[in-house]
Design a protein around this ligand. Structure first.
Ligand SMILES: [Zn+2]
Length: 455
């Protein structure tokens, strides 16, 4: 009896500390070449609905328009009963988002992203009757201009997979967006072509749940409806390596046999039933996600920020580097973008006069309040400080008559990927494509990077 009570006590105290584990299932609904993928989307949506599972279908603008043109109200309605996200206007028709963003000034890239991508978002809104809950790039064609445009449109979540930016394999805030992205050890896809591996995949899922027990976290699975109707990607056969094929020349991907399609569906549905069977795991959509995380604007302890910035400018607890800088400037918690360039310091001496530094501080405040963005350079008369040097100098300012100029070290940049073959290796990008400019932009926008903490 006593042993039973002890066991009960431990079970109860475990529950008391438990943060939720959330599971997201999403489908990039993009194949506007092969009609068979319409039926695959329908089958996925209706079966999951009958299982009581709400998924997120990230739809491409061109796909939605074709569903409408072909009068597939059945597909549109079935998807609309799930959550609808956005997955670009044209997906694989060149130029891809990273291609057109990388050659533009970051502020121009925002306007160009809007010009190219907003029409598809509005079409989705008209066709599905709802503003998409999230956005994700085609392939790995990520770029930071999306963040600002999405915020303007009222789309709060960036949900995809990619390795350009990441934070400990769990959701994070970047550019004012909730990122469900780069969930390294917490992205799991059952092999729908090898149903015999399902028990191992289920065990892998259990292992992820065990790792998150107590502290909580997010696990995701993603597929494309076209994977259930075809054995190759629709865009690989039409847009490989940046090639353009006009609609009248579209080639169909190789289709699955009915038996192979059935086996694929069964593998996914069996896996999702396993997910449903695990206590403490809650299946959610992108639309629900923002409500499940703590407010990203938390008051910063100035003394902590001061200490942090003098050694290295880094994320501290739930605070981004930008949050901490605003606190040091005496500004209230608010979201502001990172700088658009890397400034260079040109201060001649080791110190600045009190009067000059105070002017610089006020100038920085003015810039931030006007542009809602961090300046890359802060002027002290005709001399200037790069943003990191200004931040470190500000943190070290003791109020004395002369202010010691310090060198700022931005540690948060380590969360951005290096420029390698794999960073932008999507087969639809032109062969050998790289976008070091966008990774540099990511490092600058990482001033706003911080963990997204579950409620
Ligand atoms: Zn896609």
């Amino acid at each position: 009896m006593t042993r039973l009570l002890i066991a009960l006590f431990f079970t109860l105290s475990l529950f008391a500390q438990t943060r939720p584990i959330y599971y997201l299932l999403w489908f990039d609904t993009e194949d506007y070449v092969d009609h068979a993928s319409d039926d695959a989307a329908l089958r996925l949506a209706t079966t999951l609905e009958s299982m009581g599972v709400q998924a997120t279908f990230k739809v491409v603008g061109e796909k939605a328009r074709r569903l409408e043109k072909r009068d597939r109200r059945d597909v549109i309605n079935a998807l609309a009963r799930h959550d609808i996200g956005y997955h670009t206007n044209l997906h694989s028709i060149p130029p891809a988002p990273a291609s057109y963003q990388r050659i533009l000034h970051p502020l121009e890239a925002i306007e160009e992203f809007s010009r190219r991508e907003e029409p598809g978002l509005r079409d989705l809104q008209r066709i599905f009757g709802v503003l998409p809950s999230c956005y994700g790039q085609p392939g790995d064609s990520w770029g930071p201009a999306a963040n600002v445009a999405l915020r303007r449109w009222g789309v709060p979540v960036y949900m995809d997979d990619g390795n350009q930016v990441g934070l400990n394999g769990q959701p994070f805030w970047l550019g004012g967006m909730l990122y469900i992205f780069n969930l390294k050890g917490f992205t799991l896809r059952p092999d729908i072509n090898k149903p015999e591996t399902l028990p191992a995949t289920n065990r892998q899922f259990n292992g992820m749940v065990d790792l998150l027990r107590g502290k909580g976290g997010v696990i995701q699975t993603y597929f494309h409806p076209t994977e259930f109707s075809a054995t190759e990607f629709w865009d690989g056969v039409n847009f490989l390596g940046g090639a353009y094929t006009p609609p009248e020349g579209y080639r169909m991907p190789r289709r699955r046999s009915p038996e192979s399609a059935e086996a694929a569906y069964r593998a996914l549905f069996d896996f999702v039933r396993h997910v449903q069977s695990i206590p403490g795991v809650k299946i959610i959509t992108a639309r629900q996600a923002p409500l499940l995380f703590q407010d990203p604007l938390q008051p910063v302890a100035i003394a902590d920020a001061r200490r942090q910035f003098q050694t290295s400018i880094d994320i501290q607890g739930p605070h981004s580097a930008a949050d901490q800088l605003l606190a040091l400037l005496g500004l209230p918690p608010q979201y502001v973008d990172g700088p658009v360039a890397r400034g260079q310091s040109s201060v001649n001496g080791a110190t600045l006069s009190r009067m000059m530094f105070d002017r610089a501080r006020l100038d920085a405040i003015g810039y931030i309040q006007t542009h809602k963005r961090l300046p890359h350079t802060v002027w002290a008369g005709s001399e200037r400080l790069s943003l990191p040097d200004f931040a470190a100098t500000l943190a070290g300012d003791t109020g004395s008559a002369s202010v010691e100029v310090r060198k700022g070290i931005t540690a948060f940049e380590r969360h951005v990927a290096a420029d390698t073959d794999k960073t932008y290796g999507w087969v639809i990008h032109p062969r050998g494509f790289a976008a070091p400019e966008l990774l540099e932009q990511a490092r600058l926008q990482a001033w706003t990077l911080k963990p997204a903490r579950l409620r």
